[in-house]
Write a protein that binds this ligand. Sequence first.
Ligand code: UDP
Ligand code: MG
Length: 317
Amino acid sequence: MDKISAIVPCYNEQESIPLFYKEFQRSTAEMKDVEFELIFVDDGSKDNSLEEMKKLAEIDDRVKYVSFSRNFGKEGAIYAGLKNSTGDYVVMMDADLQDPPSLLPEMYRVVKYDGYDSVATRRVTRKGEPPIRSFFARMFYKIMNHISQADMVDGARDYRLMSRKFVDALLDMSEYNRFSKGLFGWVGFKTKWLEYENVERVAGETKWSFWKLFKYSLEGIVAFSTFPLTLSSLIGCFCFLASLVSMVFIIARRLCFGDPVAGWASTVTIVVFIAGIQLLCMGILGLYLSKTYLETKRRPIFIVAQTNCEGKDSDRK
Ligand code: UDP
Ligand code: MG
């Protein structure tokens, strides 16, 4: 009998957890030939999420929980879930039911019988999302696909069913700056995409502010592309060439027409322009340097405070 581990990262989801559990039960009732394991990862919630998880663990011994010592972010929660999973297949889903459990039977069928290593989902609409947010999200995917090898799909969710092979490949990448959407594409393997209409969350509210998303997208770019570094060198070359041309122009003008005193304003503009570009490029360098700095510290990706999973207390190496 196959075993599927479902990983559910939760941050302040006390209302969603019982609803999720009920819906999960209902959708998987028909899958008689599979055993399930439900791993809730409490990402340092400040509400009663952990109590809700413990309640479920008491009535259902397939329910596991891993509770962090503080909020480490969804990426850390995903990693912790993968580490603690024991199933032949692993599926990742949000607690807010935006990843409909009703797709599970179909996803399982595809990896089991159609020879795929993972089944991913993407939402084809962004209904219920602020238009500005959708616009920037689209732009992000467009740029990202141009400047990086990791294949990222617009509207892709983290909702994904993976084979053990796929999960082990993900776990082999123990990098500190994790950008799962990129890692999924980077490991390769055969992936089938299922599409569905966006579903709004059942309870609670989104944990992503615009600013948080913006920082997350920068993280993605820095983690999966060195194009910004190339770009800053290109800008540097361009400025150098432009200054050569203008130097020739100024010398020629001096020789042909004497020295008409031109305004200082243009000089100042040029100085400010160059200084601006230099600062921008230094900022880009700094971004990569800071990521390298964090990576070299090899800090744990998460720290567990409480869990009912056996033997794996932390990811400390
Ligand atoms: N989440 C988490 N840690 C965080 C933020 C979010 O574990 O720091 C979880 C959250 O509880 C939810 C999932 O990640 O189960 C997706 O978050 P959310 O629904 O807020 O994002 P959205 O669907 O709006 O993109
Ligand atoms: Mg959500």
